[in-house]
Design a binder for this molecule. Structure first.
Ligand code: GLN
Length: 491
């Protein structure tokens, strides 16, 4: 069996050249061999029986009505609730938590016939950009194990890069799908806010959180999003009725007539040397594809990091108050508590990591009376300015092309003691979340033997356009096909 995209695998399954059982065994063998070296998954799930029953369904089905995802293995980030399957959020607080229900997107993909084979490592509660904040230890970058895979969906990105599954699902609150996708040389999409239901995704910063696909190609991301996206008004009142959920059907549209904006603030920013050349090559490919390039300005994006690192911790401090060890979550064995406050303090002190505690403290401080207007309200105002900047830019262009991150992956340990430096790495991804926009990151080359990505950003609900935009680039380039040598063998 050979490593393939979802698109190709789906054709092989439909032609009955392979079975879901064979496919699932193949990826489980890869997981058994490689997961111990890179720690991409917190748990591996033996789902061979389900694969067999999906094969039996295919045998009985003569009408060709099965979804293209039927029988294909998938890894979910460990902040997505999977019924009766451990869902830890990479935290000691949830280290034994088995949810009694599936997240909406998980059940959507189950209904489409996908086979869960693992739960991906991540930064605890999705707070971080390096996967070093995991209670279960860091995940390593498959391109160079001395480097981080990015975060917080580092496990999902590393698993796809090492081909431990055809695809994985991640979540993106301030860049957590796109930045690891860029660091690991894969394609990752943060959909428009509301396109994918948040029900069953452990909440971090609810106004920004959005789950999305991470795969080898934009085409595969489109196939996944076709099924992930759904209007879910009963469970997530911010979910959108988007009318059109046929992302993969749009991939045949030409992109010649598109106007592509290059934000000057992003291109003259503080990149590592070498990034500029890769970005210019990418722009040149798009020019060859016939698009028109226009310079645009996003004057307020420079404030995004301070706005985000106020808003997100505020929401996190409220969302995470539920992990008190009372109804569920980690409960201290010490039994030294004098009263209920002591009980909460003990449970939370023992079960939450440093970065999570830092965010809870920042958020609680910023929301306290007397400071609310100075911090939370002000950060929201900055968000509105950034939203407005994009709105203005999209009056002139259809897509904005920007670097995903200021550099390729950094070394493990390089930034862990300097949180502000780590936060600065999110400078290009955060504005998209603040403005609720869709954005897709795709690989555009290598620097220092590490992959580098660029992102295409569009107006709200232009998800289909972005997938097609990245797909067209991948039709004429090979970067997305590169596999780190160590993981290049079939099993
Ligand atoms: N790196 C950002 C943070 O630490 C983004 C996290 C995310 O998107 N989940 O908050």
């Amino acid at each position: 069996m050979a490593i393939q995209t979802i698109k190709k695998t789906s054709e092989l399954l439909a032609q009955k050249k392979i079975s879901s059982e064979e496919l699932t065994r193949f990826y489980m063998q890869r997981l058994a061999k490689h997961n111990p070296t890179i720690n991409a998954c917190i748990s591996v799930v033996d789902n061979i029986e389900r694969a067999k029953s999906l094969d039996a369904m295919r045998e009985k089905n003569s009408s060709g009505s099965l979804s293209p995802l039927h029988g294909i293995p998938i890894i979910h980030k460990d902040n997505l609730c999977t019924k009766d399957i451990l869902t830890t959020c990479a935290s000691k607080a949830l280290s034994t938590f088995k949810p009694p229900y599936d997240a909406t997107l998980v059940s959507n993909l189950n209904k489409a016939g996908m086979v869960i084979i693992g739960k991906a490592n991540m930064d605890e509660f999705a707070m971080g950009g390096s996967n070093e904040n995991s209670y279960f230890g860091p995940c390593l970058n498959p391109w160079n194990k001395g480097y981080v895979p990015g975060g917080s969906s580092g496990g999902s990105a590393a698993a796809v890069a090492a081909r431990l599954a055809p695809a994985a699902i991640g979540s993106d609150t301030g860049g957590s799908i796109r930045q690891p996708a860029s660091y690991c040389g894969i394609t990752g999409m943060k959909p428009s806010y509301g396109l994918v239901s948040r029900y069953g995704m452990v909440a971090f910063a609810s106004s920004l959180d959005q789950a999305g696909p991470m795969a080898q190609t934009a085409e595969d991301c489109a196939m996944l999003l076709d099924h992930m996206a759904s209007y879910d008004p009963e469970n997530d009142m911010t979910s959108l009725d988007a009318n059109d959920y046929q992302f993969s059907q749009n991939l045949k549209e030409p992109i010649r007539s598109l106007k592509v904006g290059i934000p000057k603030e992003y291109f003259h920013g503080d990149h590592i040397p070498g990034m500029q050349t890769l970005m210019q090559h990418c722009i040149d490919e798009y020019v060859a594809l016939g698009v028109e390039i226009v310079e645009v300005s996003l004057p307020d994006v420079s404030h995004c990091v301070s706005a985000y690192y106020t808003l997100a911790p505020c929401q996190a401090s409220s969302n995470l108050s539920r992990y008190d060890g009372n109804i569920y979550g980690y409960r201290s064995q010490l039994n030294r508590q004098q009263d209920i406050d002591d009980f909460y303090i003990q449970n939370r002190s023992e079960s939450l990591g440093r970065e999570v505690k830092r965010r809870i403290m920042i958020g609680t401080y910023a929301l306290s009376s007397g400071y609310y207007d100075d911090y939370y309200v002000k950060a929201n105002k900055i968000s509105n300015l950034i939203r407005h900047d994009f709105h203005e830019a999209f009056r002139h262009v259809d897509v904005i092309l920007a670097p995903t991150a200021p550099s390729h992956a950094f070394k493990i340990g390089e930034m862990i003691d300097d949180p502000v430096k780590m936060y600065q790495q999110d400078i290009y991804t955060i504005p998209v979340n603040l403005a609720e926009l869709p954005s897709i990151s795709f690989p555009i080359g290598f620097y220092n033997n590490l992959p580098v990505g660029m992102q295409a950003i569009g107006p709200k609900l232009s998800d289909a356009r972005l997938l097609n935009f990245a797909h067209k680039y991948q039709e004429i380039t090979q970067w997305h096909k590169q596999i780190p040598t160590e993981f290049d063998q079939d099993v």
